[in-house]
Design a protein around this ligand. Structure first.
Ligand SMILES: *Cc1c(COP(=O)(O)O)cnc(C)c1O
Length: 354
Protein backbone atom coordinates (compact mmCIF):
# COMPACT_ATOMS: atom_id res chain seq x y z
CA UNK A 1 0.00 0.00 0.00
CA UNK A 2 1.32 3.41 -0.93
CA UNK A 3 0.64 6.11 1.68
CA UNK A 4 1.04 9.74 0.65
CA UNK A 5 2.17 11.89 3.59
CA UNK A 6 1.45 15.62 3.88
CA UNK A 7 2.69 17.15 7.12
CA UNK A 8 1.11 20.05 8.93
CA UNK A 9 2.59 23.56 8.63
CA UNK A 10 1.15 24.48 12.02
CA UNK A 11 2.04 21.78 14.58
CA UNK A 12 -0.07 21.87 17.74
CA UNK A 13 1.18 22.43 21.28
CA UNK A 14 1.94 19.16 23.09
CA UNK A 15 -0.33 18.71 26.12
CA UNK A 16 0.54 18.66 29.81
CA UNK A 17 1.21 14.97 30.52
CA UNK A 18 -0.12 15.10 34.06
CA UNK A 19 -3.63 15.97 32.91
CA UNK A 20 -4.33 14.08 29.67
CA UNK A 21 -7.54 12.34 30.61
CA UNK A 22 -8.99 10.17 27.87
CA UNK A 23 -10.12 10.97 24.34
CA UNK A 24 -10.09 14.75 24.56
CA UNK A 25 -6.78 15.70 22.94
CA UNK A 26 -5.84 14.87 19.35
CA UNK A 27 -2.54 14.83 17.51
CA UNK A 28 -1.55 16.77 14.38
CA UNK A 29 -2.25 14.10 11.76
CA UNK A 30 -4.76 11.49 10.66
CA UNK A 31 -4.86 8.61 8.21
CA UNK A 32 -7.53 8.54 5.48
CA UNK A 33 -8.43 6.05 2.77
CA UNK A 34 -11.44 5.85 0.46
CA UNK A 35 -13.43 2.91 -0.83
CA UNK A 36 -15.26 2.97 -4.13
CA UNK A 37 -17.20 0.02 -5.49
CA UNK A 38 -15.37 -1.44 -8.48
CA UNK A 39 -12.05 0.13 -7.45
CA UNK A 40 -11.60 -1.05 -3.84
CA UNK A 41 -9.72 0.85 -1.14
CA UNK A 42 -7.65 3.66 -2.62
CA UNK A 43 -5.92 6.98 -1.96
CA UNK A 44 -4.27 6.09 1.35
CA UNK A 45 -2.87 9.23 2.88
CA UNK A 46 -1.69 10.86 6.08
CA UNK A 47 -2.73 14.50 6.31
CA UNK A 48 -3.13 17.21 8.95
CA UNK A 49 -6.18 16.52 11.14
CA UNK A 50 -9.11 18.36 9.61
CA UNK A 51 -12.88 18.60 9.86
CA UNK A 52 -14.84 16.45 7.45
CA UNK A 53 -17.13 17.91 4.85
CA UNK A 54 -19.97 15.46 4.19
CA UNK A 55 -23.36 15.81 2.56
CA UNK A 56 -26.15 15.50 5.17
CA UNK A 57 -27.57 12.54 3.24
CA UNK A 58 -24.44 10.45 3.90
CA UNK A 59 -25.68 7.03 4.91
CA UNK A 60 -23.72 6.83 8.15
CA UNK A 61 -25.84 9.63 9.62
CA UNK A 62 -29.10 7.80 9.08
CA UNK A 63 -28.68 4.06 9.44
CA UNK A 64 -25.45 3.83 11.40
CA UNK A 65 -23.33 1.81 8.97
CA UNK A 66 -20.01 2.38 10.72
CA UNK A 67 -17.43 0.51 12.75
CA UNK A 68 -14.51 1.39 15.00
CA UNK A 69 -11.49 -0.12 16.69
CA UNK A 70 -9.35 0.85 19.66
CA UNK A 71 -5.72 0.08 20.43
CA UNK A 72 -2.71 1.89 21.85
CA UNK A 73 0.91 2.76 21.19
CA UNK A 74 3.23 2.70 24.20
CA UNK A 75 6.57 4.49 24.63
CA UNK A 76 8.93 2.28 26.61
CA UNK A 77 11.68 3.45 28.94
CA UNK A 78 14.03 2.14 26.22
CA UNK A 79 12.57 4.77 23.89
CA UNK A 80 10.94 2.16 21.64
CA UNK A 81 7.34 2.53 20.50
CA UNK A 82 5.26 -0.63 20.73
CA UNK A 83 1.80 -1.69 19.57
CA UNK A 84 0.02 -4.57 21.33
CA UNK A 85 -1.30 -7.31 19.03
CA UNK A 86 -2.49 -4.93 16.25
CA UNK A 87 -3.20 -7.87 13.93
CA UNK A 88 -6.01 -8.85 16.33
CA UNK A 89 -7.64 -5.44 15.83
CA UNK A 90 -7.22 -5.80 12.06
CA UNK A 91 -8.91 -9.21 12.06
CA UNK A 92 -11.69 -7.99 14.33
CA UNK A 93 -12.21 -5.04 11.95
CA UNK A 94 -12.98 -7.48 9.17
CA UNK A 95 -15.28 -9.59 11.37
CA UNK A 96 -17.20 -6.41 12.19
CA UNK A 97 -17.15 -5.37 8.52
CA UNK A 98 -18.54 -8.71 7.39
CA UNK A 99 -21.49 -8.34 9.74
CA UNK A 100 -22.18 -4.76 8.63
CA UNK A 101 -21.62 -5.27 4.86
CA UNK A 102 -18.56 -3.02 4.91
CA UNK A 103 -15.71 -4.13 2.59
CA UNK A 104 -12.72 -5.82 4.25
CA UNK A 105 -9.36 -4.13 4.67
CA UNK A 106 -6.34 -6.43 4.22
CA UNK A 107 -4.81 -7.13 7.66
CA UNK A 108 -1.34 -6.00 6.48
CA UNK A 109 -2.76 -2.69 5.18
CA UNK A 110 -4.59 -2.01 8.44
CA UNK A 111 -1.44 -2.63 10.52
CA UNK A 112 0.71 -0.65 8.09
CA UNK A 113 -1.68 2.33 8.26
CA UNK A 114 -1.64 2.28 12.07
CA UNK A 115 2.16 2.09 12.17
CA UNK A 116 2.57 4.87 9.59
CA UNK A 117 0.33 7.41 11.31
CA UNK A 118 1.77 6.61 14.76
CA UNK A 119 5.25 7.11 13.30
CA UNK A 120 4.34 10.53 11.88
CA UNK A 121 2.97 11.68 15.26
CA UNK A 122 5.37 9.75 17.49
CA UNK A 123 6.42 12.91 19.35
CA UNK A 124 2.87 13.00 20.69
CA UNK A 125 3.23 9.67 22.50
CA UNK A 126 3.36 10.64 26.16
CA UNK A 127 6.21 9.30 28.27
CA UNK A 128 4.91 9.68 31.85
CA UNK A 129 4.19 6.43 33.72
CA UNK A 130 0.95 4.77 32.67
CA UNK A 131 0.32 7.06 29.69
CA UNK A 132 -0.10 5.98 26.06
CA UNK A 133 -1.31 7.06 22.65
CA UNK A 134 -4.85 5.82 22.02
CA UNK A 135 -5.45 4.85 18.39
CA UNK A 136 -8.96 5.03 16.94
CA UNK A 137 -9.43 3.48 13.47
CA UNK A 138 -12.98 3.78 12.10
CA UNK A 139 -15.00 3.42 8.92
CA UNK A 140 -18.11 5.32 7.82
CA UNK A 141 -20.57 4.79 4.95
CA UNK A 142 -20.49 7.86 2.70
CA UNK A 143 -23.04 7.32 -0.10
CA UNK A 144 -25.47 10.23 -0.35
CA UNK A 145 -28.66 8.21 -0.30
CA UNK A 146 -31.60 7.83 2.06
CA UNK A 147 -32.43 4.24 1.09
CA UNK A 148 -31.57 1.34 3.38
CA UNK A 149 -28.83 -0.64 1.62
CA UNK A 150 -25.09 -1.14 2.00
CA UNK A 151 -23.20 1.96 0.89
CA UNK A 152 -21.02 1.72 -2.22
CA UNK A 153 -18.47 4.19 -0.86
CA UNK A 154 -16.70 4.36 2.51
CA UNK A 155 -14.07 6.32 4.32
CA UNK A 156 -11.52 4.69 6.66
CA UNK A 157 -9.78 7.01 9.09
CA UNK A 158 -7.39 6.74 12.02
CA UNK A 159 -7.12 9.45 14.64
CA UNK A 160 -4.76 9.51 17.62
CA UNK A 161 -5.29 10.75 21.16
CA UNK A 162 -2.63 10.97 23.90
CA UNK A 163 -4.23 9.45 26.98
CA UNK A 164 -3.43 9.59 30.67
CA UNK A 165 -2.82 6.88 33.22
CA UNK A 166 -6.16 5.17 33.78
CA UNK A 167 -5.49 4.85 37.47
CA UNK A 168 -4.00 7.95 39.05
CA UNK A 169 -3.17 6.14 42.30
CA UNK A 170 -2.93 2.38 41.82
CA UNK A 171 -5.62 -0.01 40.67
CA UNK A 172 -8.83 1.18 42.30
CA UNK A 173 -11.78 -1.28 42.41
CA UNK A 174 -15.00 -0.07 40.79
CA UNK A 175 -18.65 -0.73 41.56
CA UNK A 176 -20.68 -2.40 38.82
CA UNK A 177 -24.41 -2.52 38.19
CA UNK A 178 -25.85 -5.77 36.80
CA UNK A 179 -28.57 -4.46 34.49
CA UNK A 180 -31.83 -6.40 34.65
CA UNK A 181 -34.12 -4.17 32.56
CA UNK A 182 -32.29 -3.12 29.38
CA UNK A 183 -30.22 -5.50 27.23
CA UNK A 184 -27.24 -4.74 25.01
CA UNK A 185 -27.25 -7.45 22.36
CA UNK A 186 -28.67 -10.78 21.33
CA UNK A 187 -27.24 -13.74 19.49
CA UNK A 188 -27.70 -13.14 15.77
CA UNK A 189 -27.46 -9.38 16.33
CA UNK A 190 -24.34 -7.19 16.34
CA UNK A 191 -23.01 -7.72 19.86
CA UNK A 192 -19.72 -9.20 18.65
CA UNK A 193 -19.13 -6.28 16.27
CA UNK A 194 -17.39 -3.08 17.35
CA UNK A 195 -19.91 -0.58 16.10
CA UNK A 196 -21.52 2.60 17.38
CA UNK A 197 -25.04 1.17 17.49
CA UNK A 198 -24.14 -1.08 20.41
CA UNK A 199 -23.02 1.95 22.36
CA UNK A 200 -26.03 4.10 21.49
CA UNK A 201 -28.19 1.27 22.84
CA UNK A 202 -26.19 1.14 26.07
CA UNK A 203 -26.50 4.77 27.17
CA UNK A 204 -29.84 4.59 28.98
CA UNK A 205 -28.60 1.84 31.30
CA UNK A 206 -25.31 3.64 31.85
CA UNK A 207 -27.12 6.79 32.92
CA UNK A 208 -29.24 4.77 35.34
CA UNK A 209 -26.19 3.03 36.83
CA UNK A 210 -24.32 6.34 37.22
CA UNK A 211 -27.32 7.91 38.94
CA UNK A 212 -27.11 5.09 41.47
CA UNK A 213 -23.39 5.60 42.05
CA UNK A 214 -22.10 2.68 39.98
CA UNK A 215 -19.40 3.34 37.41
CA UNK A 216 -20.41 0.79 34.74
CA UNK A 217 -23.08 -1.61 33.61
CA UNK A 218 -22.71 -5.39 33.45
CA UNK A 219 -25.06 -6.80 30.84
CA UNK A 220 -27.09 -9.97 31.06
CA UNK A 221 -28.01 -12.08 28.02
CA UNK A 222 -30.83 -10.60 25.98
CA UNK A 223 -33.04 -13.71 25.91
CA UNK A 224 -33.23 -15.12 29.43
CA UNK A 225 -31.69 -12.13 31.25
CA UNK A 226 -29.92 -14.63 33.39
CA UNK A 227 -26.37 -15.08 32.16
CA UNK A 228 -23.51 -12.61 32.49
CA UNK A 229 -22.27 -11.12 29.20
CA UNK A 230 -19.87 -8.20 29.55
CA UNK A 231 -19.33 -4.68 30.89
CA UNK A 232 -19.81 -1.46 28.87
CA UNK A 233 -16.45 -1.58 27.08
CA UNK A 234 -14.80 -4.47 28.90
CA UNK A 235 -15.06 -8.22 29.12
CA UNK A 236 -15.56 -9.68 32.58
CA UNK A 237 -13.71 -12.32 34.59
CA UNK A 238 -14.41 -13.97 37.94
CA UNK A 239 -12.25 -16.05 40.20
CA UNK A 240 -14.58 -18.60 41.75
CA UNK A 241 -13.16 -21.24 44.10
CA UNK A 242 -9.68 -21.04 42.56
CA UNK A 243 -10.85 -21.10 38.93
CA UNK A 244 -10.89 -18.23 36.44
CA UNK A 245 -14.31 -18.07 34.82
CA UNK A 246 -15.42 -15.83 31.95
CA UNK A 247 -18.51 -15.89 29.69
CA UNK A 248 -17.96 -17.90 26.51
CA UNK A 249 -17.98 -16.02 23.18
CA UNK A 250 -21.54 -16.59 22.07
CA UNK A 251 -22.04 -14.03 19.29
CA UNK A 252 -23.41 -11.29 21.52
CA UNK A 253 -20.14 -10.55 23.37
CA UNK A 254 -17.30 -8.45 21.99
CA UNK A 255 -14.19 -10.67 21.65
CA UNK A 256 -11.65 -8.48 23.44
CA UNK A 257 -7.95 -8.60 22.63
CA UNK A 258 -7.30 -8.11 26.34
CA UNK A 259 -9.73 -10.95 27.13
CA UNK A 260 -7.78 -13.29 24.88
CA UNK A 261 -4.48 -12.14 26.43
CA UNK A 262 -5.82 -12.68 29.98
CA UNK A 263 -6.94 -16.22 29.11
CA UNK A 264 -3.57 -17.09 27.59
CA UNK A 265 -1.66 -15.65 30.56
CA UNK A 266 -3.84 -17.39 33.15
CA UNK A 267 -3.25 -20.72 31.43
CA UNK A 268 0.47 -19.99 31.36
CA UNK A 269 0.36 -19.19 35.08
CA UNK A 270 -1.21 -22.59 35.67
CA UNK A 271 -4.64 -21.26 36.62
CA UNK A 272 -7.62 -23.26 35.36
CA UNK A 273 -9.72 -21.16 32.93
CA UNK A 274 -13.36 -21.88 32.09
CA UNK A 275 -15.15 -20.12 29.23
CA UNK A 276 -18.79 -20.90 29.90
CA UNK A 277 -22.20 -19.57 30.87
CA UNK A 278 -22.31 -17.92 34.30
CA UNK A 279 -25.63 -16.86 35.78
CA UNK A 280 -26.09 -13.94 38.13
CA UNK A 281 -27.61 -16.46 40.57
CA UNK A 282 -24.39 -18.51 40.49
CA UNK A 283 -22.42 -15.39 41.42
CA UNK A 284 -24.70 -14.61 44.33
CA UNK A 285 -24.44 -18.19 45.60
CA UNK A 286 -20.63 -18.16 45.20
CA UNK A 287 -20.38 -14.88 47.05
CA UNK A 288 -22.61 -16.13 49.89
CA UNK A 289 -20.43 -19.24 50.18
CA UNK A 290 -17.28 -17.08 50.28
CA UNK A 291 -16.07 -18.49 46.96
CA UNK A 292 -16.29 -15.39 44.77
CA UNK A 293 -12.64 -14.50 45.24
CA UNK A 294 -12.01 -11.87 42.56
CA UNK A 295 -13.75 -10.06 39.76
CA UNK A 296 -12.20 -7.84 37.10
CA UNK A 297 -12.93 -6.29 33.71
CA UNK A 298 -10.49 -6.47 30.78
CA UNK A 299 -10.12 -3.94 27.97
CA UNK A 300 -7.57 -1.83 26.13
CA UNK A 301 -8.34 1.39 28.04
CA UNK A 302 -7.90 0.16 31.62
CA UNK A 303 -6.20 -3.20 30.84
CA UNK A 304 -7.47 -4.75 34.10
CA UNK A 305 -10.19 -3.07 36.11
CA UNK A 306 -10.80 -4.70 39.50
CA UNK A 307 -14.44 -4.87 40.58
CA UNK A 308 -15.02 -4.43 44.31
CA UNK A 309 -18.79 -4.28 44.33
CA UNK A 310 -21.49 -5.90 42.18
CA UNK A 311 -25.13 -4.94 42.43
CA UNK A 312 -27.87 -7.30 41.22
CA UNK A 313 -31.46 -6.34 42.04
CA UNK A 314 -31.54 -6.24 45.85
CA UNK A 315 -28.18 -7.92 46.39
CA UNK A 316 -24.97 -5.94 46.72
CA UNK A 317 -21.98 -8.26 46.63
CA UNK A 318 -18.73 -7.04 48.11
CA UNK A 319 -15.77 -8.77 46.48
CA UNK A 320 -12.39 -9.31 48.15
CA UNK A 321 -13.31 -6.64 50.69
CA UNK A 322 -13.37 -4.06 47.85
CA UNK A 323 -9.63 -4.52 47.38
CA UNK A 324 -7.66 -5.60 44.33
CA UNK A 325 -6.97 -9.34 44.30
CA UNK A 326 -3.61 -11.01 43.60
CA UNK A 327 -4.58 -12.46 40.19
CA UNK A 328 -5.93 -9.09 38.98
CA UNK A 329 -2.74 -7.36 40.09
CA UNK A 330 -0.48 -10.00 38.53
CA UNK A 331 -2.31 -9.83 35.19
CA UNK A 332 -2.18 -6.04 35.18
CA UNK A 333 1.55 -6.04 35.94
CA UNK A 334 2.28 -8.68 33.29
CA UNK A 335 0.25 -7.14 30.44
CA UNK A 336 1.37 -3.56 31.08
CA UNK A 337 4.95 -4.82 31.64
CA UNK A 338 4.91 -6.34 28.15
CA UNK A 339 3.28 -3.23 26.64
CA UNK A 340 5.82 -0.82 28.09
CA UNK A 341 8.75 -3.14 27.38
CA UNK A 342 9.54 -3.58 31.10
CA UNK A 343 9.38 -7.35 30.91
CA UNK A 344 10.34 -9.67 28.10
CA UNK A 345 7.57 -10.33 25.57
CA UNK A 346 7.84 -14.11 25.39
CA UNK A 347 4.31 -14.25 23.92
CA UNK A 348 5.40 -12.36 20.78
CA UNK A 349 2.58 -9.85 21.27
CA UNK A 350 4.30 -6.53 20.70
CA UNK A 351 5.07 -4.92 17.35
CA UNK A 352 7.63 -2.15 17.24
CA UNK A 353 6.93 1.06 15.32
CA UNK A 354 10.22 2.04 13.68
C1 LIG B 1 -13.64 -2.84 22.72
C2 LIG B 1 -14.58 -3.56 23.63
C3 LIG B 1 -14.13 -4.48 24.60
C4 LIG B 1 -12.67 -4.71 24.93
O1 LIG B 1 -11.90 -5.15 23.86
P1 LIG B 1 -10.31 -4.99 23.89
O2 LIG B 1 -9.91 -5.48 22.54
O3 LIG B 1 -9.81 -5.83 24.99
O4 LIG B 1 -10.04 -3.54 24.09
C5 LIG B 1 -15.08 -5.17 25.33
N1 LIG B 1 -16.39 -4.94 25.15
C6 LIG B 1 -16.86 -4.04 24.25
C7 LIG B 1 -18.32 -3.85 24.11
C8 LIG B 1 -15.96 -3.32 23.47
O5 LIG B 1 -16.42 -2.44 22.57
Amino acid sequence: MEIKITKTQTPGQKPDQSNLGFGKIFTDHMFEMEYTEGIGWHDAKIVPVHNLSLHPACMVFHYGQEMFEGLKAYRGKDGKVRLFRPDMNAKRTNNTNDRLCIPNIPVEDFVEAVKAVVKVDEDWIPTADGTSLYIRPFIIATDEFLGVAPSKTYKFMIILSPSGAYYASGLAPVGIWIEDEYVRAVKGGIGFAKTGGNYAASLAAQVKAHDDGYSQVLWLDGVERKYIEEVGAMNIFFKIDGKIVTPELNGSILPGVTRDSVIQLCKKMGLPVEERKISAEELIAAQKAGKLEECFGSGTAAVISPVGKLRYKDDVMLINNNEIGPVSQKLYDTITGIQWGKIEDDMGWTVEVK
